[in-house]
Design a protein around this ligand. Structure first.
Ligand SMILES: [Zn+2]
Length: 417
């Protein structure tokens, strides 16, 4: 199951028992002041797995079906004043063995196709100035980030091709260790060949990303990979969808030392909305049922294969959803706790939003059911005494600063070549 290995791409159809679990905890009412702050911000989310839906389920982002359980649609984006989304280009390393690049291209294409279908409300964006222009035109700025360095198939030319197609960040690993970097997802698995962090080629990848102007994303990586990336990079990094290990002991969450190192690097940690990463009780419960839920997924996939049906992530996502729905949802305050913790440990200039929308099997805190609920975060921050200026930084200003710095470092490196 993807989620427990960590972030999972998307889900879909089938019933989402949100209402069952949501009713038990109330979310903050959003005041006029919070709405005013939200509506005057450029809100940037650095991770959503919606492209799995575009590609596998033929999902249209213009969908207005009220029963759709997805986190992202243009209607929901507008309701939450989400200005820019980094759509995740995630290639399942198991089912795409031997053709990672092909699937990467297909996912990239799926994002362009959505933008082409809705030119009045959505545009492809490749730079900070594109995001600002989209904001002025009241369109969703669609950006892309590759999730997992295996997509480059150990070929630096392919990395450059992805940049040329518009990819603006890459997560060095997903939950799988690749041939040049260790992942937190399998770091304890003795069957996997590890590298003690990044190999020399892995360090070259980081530097080439710096030169191109592609943001280095350290979500998912093993701790040593993180420290190697920090020591190598010439530009600020992001954690596109990571929460705090001091609050929830999950290997993919970041320690306080890591948070401080990102601050020193000038980067940003964008908090993941997955209940398992934000609430220890949820994490423990999910671990407890993992064996059983994994077996249920395996059984389903075996049946699909036997019948010649698809075995994509989407094919089994509804089963994972059913298992996640057995665990009570934590209150929205747990998500605010992670933002608050990073702001306290690393500083308010180093925290942002990395929802993992459409990638967590519906397992988000109560009241956070789609992008339309983003103003509740602003309310939660106001309730804890954050100023409008600081909230604007958290909602997107910090990520835009990092992106601008990455663009500047790229220009400098290319000029001095
Ligand atoms: Zn992920």
């Amino acid at each position: 199951m993807k989620c427990l290995r960590v972030c999972l791409p998307l889900l879909s159809l089938l019933c989402f028992p949100a209402s069952i679990a949501t009713a038990q905890v109330s979310s903050p009412t959003v005041t006029a002041r919070a709405h005013a702050i939200q509506d005057s911000a450029i809100v940037v989310d650095t991770h959503a797995d919606t492209p799995q839906r575009f590609l596998d389920d033929n999902f249209d982002i213009g969908n207005t079906d009220p029963s759709d359980v997805g986190h992202i649609s243009l209607e929901k984006v507008r309701a939450g004043n989400l200005g820019a989304e980094f759509f995740s280009i995630w290639v399942d390393p198991t089912t795409n063995q031997g053709h990672f690049a092909k699937h990467t291209f297909d996912l990239i294409d799926s994002v362009y196709e959505q933008a082409a279908r809705h030119p009045d409300r959505m545009m492809m964006a490749f730079s900070v100035s594109d995001i600002e222009r989209a904001h002025k035109e009241k369109k969703l700025a669609a950006l892309m980030g590759i999730e997992g360095g295996h997509s480059i198939e150990n070929d630096i030319r392919l990395l450059r091709d992805y940049y040329r197609l518009g990819v603006r960040y890459m997560t060095l690993t997903w939950s799988n260790t690749n041939e040049w970097g260790d992942s937190s997802g399998d770091i304890d698995d003795p069957k996997v060949q590890h590298h003690n962090g990044l190999t020399d080629f892995g360090k070259q990848v980081v530097l080439e990303m710096n030169r191109l102007g592609m943001i280095v994303d350290i979500s998912h990586v093993a701790d040593k990979t993180f420290w190697d990336a920090i020591a190598t990079t010439k530009a600020p990094v992001i954690a596109s969808h990571s929460s705090c290990r001091a609050l929830v002991n999950a290997p993919r969450n970041m320690t306080d030392d890591m948070l401080r190192a990102v601050a020193k690097n000038g980067g940003v940690v964008d908090v993941n909305f997955f209940s398992g990463f934000d609430d220890q009780k949820y994490w423990d419960a999910a671990q407890e049922q993992k064996k059983e839920s994994d077996a249920a997924v395996e059984e389903y996939l075996a049946k699909q294969r036997a019948e010649g049906k698809p075995v994509s992530y989407m094919a089994s996502e509804h089963i994972q959803r059913e298992w996640m729905a057995k665990i009570p949802r934590p209150p929205l305050s747990v998500l605010i706790d992670h933002i608050d913790h990073i702001a306290k440990v690393a500083g308010v200039d180093h925290v942002g939003l990395g929802s993992d929308f459409d990638g967590v099997m519906g397992a988000t805190p109560a009241g956070m059911d789609s992008a339309a609920d983003l103003p509740k975060i602003t309310q939660g921050l106001l309730d804890r005494g954050y100023s409008a200026d600081d909230i604007h930084k958290i909602l997107g200003g910090n990520v835009l600063r990092v992106f601008r710095d990455v663009e500047r470092v790229s220009r400098e490196m290319q000029a001095s070549r």
